[in-house]
Write a protein that binds this ligand. Structure first.
Ligand SMILES: [Fe+2]
Ligand SMILES: [Fe+2]
Length: 699
């Protein structure tokens, strides 16, 4: 039974391609969730079954499917059309394989930075995006395969796949729903863990088996198996995913376990449906008439404008073509019998000869792959009209999939004050009112950061340095060192002042990396500059090792001072009486700007450089002296002075990310972009006087 939320005929429902493309947007903030009833209905459609039983079942099923597809490809090989099936299989798998692992993209959030499960998920995700290297995600590996097969014209960014008419709706169903869920981790955490585990258990997508056996060396097949590790020193990803699922089920109790089962069972069901439909499509595509029918259907509307004066078998060609928009079979039959076709002999047919030649009336109307499709169809046509008439048209017809939405209503309230904003923005979910608050907050903060920018304080130079930022970075490091040496004669702060200043840093430092949280988006995390930002975020949170997690190290440092704060995301934390209101100003800016990795990309790049450079060589070393003086742990400042270093550390990466960004700008745009980067740099410590705040309010 087709559930009421999944319909092919409701014009108000969203095409599944639209759902997919929207979920690819790193700034999509779909709350209240217009698709939630549809997604819940999809999850509920599948009977529950325990993961313990389903795990082996998925592996067995996937192995059997690979065998089935392998046999289909062997048959196609014997018919001379394995290449067609490889191309179609690559397209059918593209929406899922191009974003392999992306459903984990928002599972870490400032509110759970210190939690083992979210860090375990981040470790899985970091491997999926190939942290540390640009264009090294599992999806990037898939893009290379598509490029090799010359089917990548709509493949990048992945949202563009939604415009590829060669990809059936069914191929978007699983990734569209998984990615939509990924933008609501607060609702679907268990389900996402379950579906992720299912996909890793399944391994390489079965339709790709015939491609892998024919092209074993043109793709990174290890990367294309989400169950495998990316490097030889790691355990298989599926084992990590099992461990995370077990820990989540244990921590969240029966409802958590049920959510995992639900996500797993749904993904298994969706995989099976999709594989069946893809098998039918590939099987049908062995018949040359199948792709020819697709081609005619896709071009008939446009063609009907040019063929008004021709009459074929007593009927205007325009009418044949209009009909072919929905049913191309009758038109194909008359075309096969027409003068421009020599059945069985594409080389002698004027459709692909004279008409498409340089001087012909249809020059360049078809790209090469379409000409191949037409030639293949002509070559397969029997010369005998009776035999042609007896041919059965290809029966496979892909289904259209739409998801019903509910009207979105703005029910949430904006944060009442700074402290409430801090708590609200701890989570990825955001009401429209909170989103507006965040946007306004960032705009005001940046206006303040621009105020008097050229007149004072350490700032980025007025022009981008010709040789890049690295030499400037070393100069700044020297200055920090000079300041540190200069301060050696100055008395250290009192013990009580050290404790209080550490405490006031808590709202900021316990969300270390939050300004980069937008760069956990799967696609941004693997770009040339985004990979620097994601890896920095990944380092701040300890690379999956809790003893290296900066927020946890800082929390331990506070405990060392006798301060035991509530969980950062709790309202009690924001209400902590010993924390000043001002101590929430900067972290709320971090939390807010992190929501807009594209809108404020230039500013985030500048802020990131300021942040990573701020203590290196100077204030971290000074802080170390103060902490040591009173017997407190220095781990937090020690680790930052090394990991943020200006040669190979975070501040170097921050500079490289900016240099790379600038090289991609058009010459006329560079000055404006540089100003935005400078503003971002200054936004770590903007002026706070009356006139600066007035300028911000006016902005
Ligand atoms: Fe850090
Ligand atoms: Fe850092």
């Amino acid at each position: 039974m087709i559930p009421s939320t999944r319909c092919s005929d409701d014009p108000a429902a969203l095409p599944i391609q639209t759902v997919f493309a929207r979920a690819c947007d790193p700034e999509s903030s779909p709350h209240p969730d217009a698709l939630r009833p549809a997604i819940v209905a999809e999850l509920d459609r599948v009977p529950l079954s325990a993961v313990a039983a389903l795990g082996p079942a998925v592996r067995e099923w996937a192995a059997a499917e690979r065998t089935r597809f392998a046999a289909l490809f062997d048959t196609a090989e014997s018919e001379g059309c394995a290449g067609v099936l490889m191309r179609r299989a690559a397209l059918a798998c593209a929406p899922l394989a191009s974003l392999s692992g992306a459903w984990l993209q928002w599972m870490s959030e400032p509110g759970n930075f210190e939690e083992a499960i979210s860090m375990g998920l981040l470790m899985l995700f970091a491997a999926d995006v190939g942290a540390g290297h640009p264009r090294a995600s599992r999806g990037s590996a898939y893009l290379s395969l598509m490029q090799h097969l010359r089917v990548a014209v709509h493949a990048h960014p992945a949202s563009h796949l939604a415009q590829d008419r060669r990809i059936a709706d069914q191929s978007f169903y699983l990734p569209a729903i998984a990615l939509t869920m990924s933008r609501h981790p607060e609702v679907y955490q268990g389900e996402i863990i379950g579906l992720d585990l299912c996909l890793r258990e399944a391994g390489v997508l079965p339709p790709l088996d015939g491609v892998r056996s024919r092209l074993p060396h043109v793709a990174d097949w290890t990367a294309l198996d989400p169950g495998l590790a990316r490097t030889s020193d790691r355990a298989p990803a599926v084992e990590d995913a099992r461990a995370v699922a077990a820990a989540f089920a244990e921590g969240a109790g029966p409802p958590g376990a049920t959510a995992i089962d639900r996500g797993f069972a749904w993904a298994f069901d969706a995989l099976r449906d999709w594989c069946d439909e893809t098998y039918q499509e590939l099987d049908a595509a062995r018949d040359p008439a199948f792709e020819m029918a697709e081609l005619v259907r896709s071009r008939a509307r446009e063609a009907s404008s040019y063929h008004g004066r021709y009459v074929v078998e007593g009927r205007p060609l325009k009418e044949w073509l209009t009909e072919a928009c929905t049913d191309p079979v009758p038109f194909l039959a008359v075309l096969a019998g027409s003068r421009i076709i020599r059945p069985g002999r594409s080389g002698a047919s004027s459709l692909t000869g004279r008409l498409l030649s340089e001087r012909g009336p249809m020059f360049r109307v078809f790209p090469d792959e379409d000409v191949d499709t037409i030639n293949r169809w002509i070559d397969a046509l029997p010369a005998d009209p009776g035999e042609r008439a007896a041919l059965k048209p290809p029966a496979h017809q892909p289904r259209r999939i739409r998801l019903r939405t509910v009207p979105e209503t703005d029910t949430g309230r904006a944060p009442a004050d700074l402290r409430q904003a801090y708590t609200y923005l701890m989570r990825r979910a955001m009401t429209p009112a909170t989103r507006r608050y965040a946007l306004r907050y960032v705009e005001e903060w940046l206006a303040r950061s621009r105020f008097g920018m050229n007149s004072s304080d350490p700032a980025l130079p007025a022009e981008p340095p010709a040789g890049g930022l690295r030499p400037w970075l070393l100069d700044q490091h020297d200055l920090h060192n000079d300041d540190f040496q200069h301060d050696q004669g100055v008395a250290l702060p009192r013990r009580a002042d050290v404790i209080d200043s550490t405490l006031q840093l808590a709202p900021t430092t316990l969300i270390d990396g939050a300004w980069l949280s937008g760069y956990t988006d799967y696609q941004l995390a693997s770009t040339e500059r985004g990979h620097f930002l994601f890896e920095t975020y990944w380092d701040e949170l300890g690379n999956g090792e809790l003893n290296l997690n900066h927020p946890l190290i800082f929390r331990d440092a506070l405990k060392d001072m006798g301060i035991d704060l509530p969980p950062t995301r709790s309202p009690e934390f924001a209400a902590w009486p010993d924390l000043w209101d001002q101590s929430f100003e900067l972290p709320v800016y971090w939390l807010a700007v992190g929501r807009f990795p594209r809108t404020f990309e230039a500013e985030i790049l500048g802020l990131n450089l300021a942040m990573e450079l701020s203590g290196v060589g100077g204030s971290y070393r000074r802080a170390r002296q103060s902490l040591r003086e009173y017997g407190f742990s220095t781990l937090f400042v020690d680790i930052h002075n090394t990991i943020d270093n200006v040669a190979t550390g975070h501040s170097a990466w921050a500079a490289d990310a900016i240099d790379g960004y600038l090289t991609q700008q058009a010459p006329a745009a560079r000055a404006e972009v540089w100003e935005r980067i400078r503003t971002g740099y200054r936004s770590l410590n903007p002026p706070s006087g009356f006139w600066a705040r007035t300028a911000a309010r006016r902005a």
